[in-house]
Design a protein around this ligand. Structure first.
Ligand SMILES: [Mg+2]
Length: 191
């Protein structure tokens, strides 16, 4: 089968490129002394619905990850950066995030990407969770990787091949194509 052209695929950031769930659990443990939760307990995208943690603490941790992801210790998912650099050798990287502010996540990407790769990225920060489709269409993508099921389902209805990046909060209730990790994403485009 012919492999996918790397120019045609785009990526969500949190929960796909960035290990946002892992950072949440670590900050909760190290800074708030909450030892009772693991990433597998986060079975819903609405975190406050699935773990018994003060919503104010949940909100505070997510604000930190949004406003200063480097300082908050947000790390890339395993193999994300090597695979993104491999893709970047073929085409500029494209990211579409629901984050409200572009600057903090742009600085985060700049930290982990080679300067020549970073200088060519296309980064859209939408500020809302819904309606990624117009951006993805405008950017000329046919495939998009996201960890939020609702987003994947909506994109799929619009004719985008949406790939669910497997996380504990998106395991159930769909029959969309799934990628388990960054090696699987690499395999979409390369042997
Ligand atoms: Mg996400």
């Amino acid at each position: 089968m012919r492999k996918l052209d790397p120019a045609l695929i785009g990526f969500d950031i949190d929960g796909v490129v960035a290990d946002t769930g892992g950072a949440f659990v670590r900050i909760a443990r190290e800074e708030y002394g909450i030892r009772s939760i693991s990433i597998d307990d986060i079975t819903s995208f609405e975190v406050e619905e699935c773990i018994d943690v003060d919503p104010v603490i949940i909100e505070t941790i997510f604000s930190r990850l949004l406003n200063d992801p480097l300082k908050a210790g947000l790390k890339p998912m395993e193999n994300a950066m090597p695979v993104l650099h491999r893709f970047a050798a073929e085409a500029p990287l494209t990211f579409v995030t629901a984050r409200p502010d572009k600057e903090p996540i742009s600085l985060w990407l700049r930290h982990f990407l080679h300067p020549a790769v970073f200088s060519r990225i296309r980064l859209v920060a939408m500020g809302v969770h819904d309606n990624k489709f117009p951006y993805i269409k405008e950017l000329g993508l046919s495939h998009f990787v996201d960890d939020r099921l609702q987003t994947c389902k909506a994109l799929s209805r619009e004719g985008i091949t949406s790939l669910v990046f497997r996380q504990p909060w998106n395991n159930n209730g769909h029959d969309l194509p799934t990628v388990d990790d960054w090696q699987a994403i690499h395999g979409l485009c390369f042997d």
